[in-house]
Write a protein that binds this ligand. Structure first.
Ligand SMILES: Cc1ncc(COP(=O)(O)O)c(C=O)c1O
Length: 407
């Protein structure tokens, strides 16, 4: 076994990995078509309504509402739900701030459930954190791996809670043959640059419920029904409207997303198979009954120092990160950790009606904190070749064996 590159040995990989190139001639053509129309305003256009129709059809649901980002898509879901101030929303501690900020802006309290070995919220811990103030669950399908949706849907059903799926990293992810985003009441998607389908920034929110869909569309457009007659604003909403330029690019991306997801699934599963025997390495989990779509590939290093493991992997020529967001979101979102949200206040974190005080501090979700310390993430994308995955696997196996024999 050659020495680790970290110790001056030869690198497994000397060439850079190929970049992802998500856009092609079809995006150029549709974006040009939007520009030539002399209208880039979504509500008066053709691209955004067509994107909404096509995305809803892709998911087999009647309604999709386009918006400006994944964060907006989640806020659109919560705005349509219209919870009472101080209501609690249970969600995941490993996620982007875009899952959490809309909860706070909607005057609700984020409650974090701990995760299990799938990296997703444990249904058992969700149950443990329910209170009479719980209004909804936002299940985050982290990295494209589905949550245990049977169990979460059963909890939501039995308690009369709304189940929202954060599919920002999980386009066309499947759970027991069903698409994530269609299992709960509402599904939310990001079209940010790194996502399976993208227009740089954008969002989509889907539902089968016509009343929710109507409120979602209103919330996205300042509460404005845009009907003939006197202009009025029927609910408190924001301007989260997608433009025709974003719509045009996203429309072109819909034609590709199934192939993107198929390839990522193939590559991610292959990497797992290749590193299964690597000592001290747990490959990316796949939830039973799930089809992982690998927005990112997250493995766990349990037999070595994960920080050193990641450094050794980078030295071998394989870019990787340690810990994804480093700490759980309740510790790395300063407004939560320091309880300073609006002005000098902690509103609405203490509940708006004398609710309990939740401390967003270390120890809140111990399993999450432990798993994040062990996690190493690799960038997987559809433009990698089989050889690229073989090199990643070879580097992981070399580092696992090399670090293991050092002591
Ligand atoms: C799980 C998750 N939720 C929400 C968001 C927010 O999406 P956006 O960045 O498009 O606002 C992201 C994006 O990174 C995400 O990964």
């Amino acid at each position: 076994m050659p020495a680790l590159a970290l110790d001056g040995g030869p690198q497994v990989r000397t060439r850079p990995f190929p970049p992802r190139r998500p856009f092609g001639e079809r995006e150029v053509e549709l974006a040009a078509q939007a520009l030539r129309s002399q209208n880039l305003f979504g509500p008066g256009g053709t691209m955004v309504p067509e994107l909404e129709r096509r995305f809803a059809a892709l998911y087999g649901l009647p309604h999709a509402v386009a918006s400006t980002s994944g964060t907006a898509a989640i806020h659109v879901a919560l705005g349509a739900l219209n919870p009472e101030p101080g209501d609690e929303i249970i969600t995941a501690p490993i996620t982007d701030a875009g899952t959490i900020a809309p909860i706070i802006f909607q005057n609700c309290v984020p409650v974090f459930a701990d995760i299990d070995d799938t990296y997703n919220i444990s249904p058992r811990d969700v149950e443990a954190r329910l209170t009479p103030r719980t209004r909804a669950i936002i299940a985050v399908h982290l990295f494209g791996n589905p949550c245990d949706m049977d169990a979460l849907a059963a909890i939501a059903r039995s308690r009369g809670l709304t189940l929202i799926e954060d599919c920002c990293q999980a386009h066309l992810t499947e759970y027991k043959g069903r698409l994530c985003g269609t299992i709960g009441d509402i599904g939310c998607f990001s079209l940010q640059q790194s996502k399976h389908m993208t227009c740089g920034d954008g969002g989509l929110t889907i539902t089968r419920d016509p009343a929710l869909a109507e409120r979602m569309a209103l919330f996205r457009d300042k509460g404005w029904p845009r009907k003939p007659g006197a202009r009025g604003y029927v609910l408190l909403g924001l301007n989260y409207r997608m433009t025709e330029l974003q719509g045009a690019v996203a429309l072109a991306q819909i034609e590709k997303v199934a192939d993107v997801v198929r390839r990522r699934n193939e590559l991610g599963d292959r990497l797992s198979a290749l590193v299964r025997e690597a000592p001290g390495v747990l490959p990316s989990p796949v939830t039973p009954g799930g089809r992982h779509t690998y927005w990112s590939y997250g493995l766990r290093v349990v037999g070595h120092d994960p920080v050193r493991f990641a450094a050794a992997l980078r030295a071998e020529g394989v870019p990787c990160g340690q810990g994804y967001i480093g700490k759980p979101i309740y510790l790395c979102m300063e407004p939560l950790a320091s309880r300073r949200t609006f002005g000098a206040s902690s509103h609405p974190l203490d509940g708006c009606h004398g609710g309990r005080r939740l401390d967003y501090a270390e120890g809140l979700c111990p399993r999450t904190e432990a798993i994040l310390r062990e996690m190493v993430t690799l960038a997987i994308h559809e433009h990698l070749a089989d050889d690229d995955i073989a090199d990643m696997a070879a580097a992981i196996s070399k580092v696992a064996a090399g670090l293991g024999t050092r002591a």
